[in-house]
Design a protein around this ligand. Structure first.
Ligand code: FES
Length: 118
C-alpha cells in the first residue's frame, strides 16, 4: 500500500495560530470538510466536525482558534480542543476529540497523506 500525497496549500498560507485552511476529503463517498492549522510551528489537520454534534467548527471560514490562540473552539456551543492533538479540553465535546488527519510539510508545501489502495 503506497502513500499518496495530496497538496493542500502552501506553507505561507498557514501562519502561527492564525487562520486555518479549509479543504474537503472523500469519506464514505462524500466530500467531508476538513482543515489544517499551524500551532507551535507544526501543521495539524482534522476533519472539520465537532465531537458534540457533527457541525463545522469555524465561526468564520477558516477561523478555528479562540481569542487566546491556545485552543480550537467550536463556534456553536464553545467546545475547546487542543490544537496539537484534537483532544477535548472542555465544553460539550465531553471527552471526545477531533478526528485527526495525517498531514506533512515538505519544501514549503502542506500535504495530506493518503493511502493508495490501488
Ligand atoms: S456543536 Fe460544537 S460544541 Fe456543540
Amino acid at each position: 500500500m503506497a502513500k499518496e500525497l495530496r497538496l493542500i496549500c502552501t506553507s505561507g498560507e498557514l501562519v502561527e495560530s492564525g487562520k486555518g485552511f479549509r479543504f474537503t476529503i472523500k469519506r464514505h463517498g462524500w466530500d467531508a470538510p476538513a482543515f489544517v492549522i499551524r500551532y507551535h510551528g507544526h501543521v495539524y489537520g482534522y476533519f472539520n466536525e465537532c465531537a458534540h454534534v457533527p457541525a463545522e467548527l469555524d465561526w468564520q471560514p477558516g477561523e478555528f482558534f479562540d481569542d487566546s490562540k491556545l485552543y480550537l473552539i467550536c463556534s456553536i456551543h464553545g467546545a475547546l480542543y487542543a490544537p496539537d492533538t484534537g483532544r477535548c479540553l472542555g465544553g460539550r465535546c465531553q471527552g471526545k476529540g477531533l478526528k485527526p488527519l495525517k498531514v506533512c510539510e515538505i519544501e514549503e508545501q502542506i500535504f495530506l497523506e493518503q493511502q493508495d489502495n490501488g
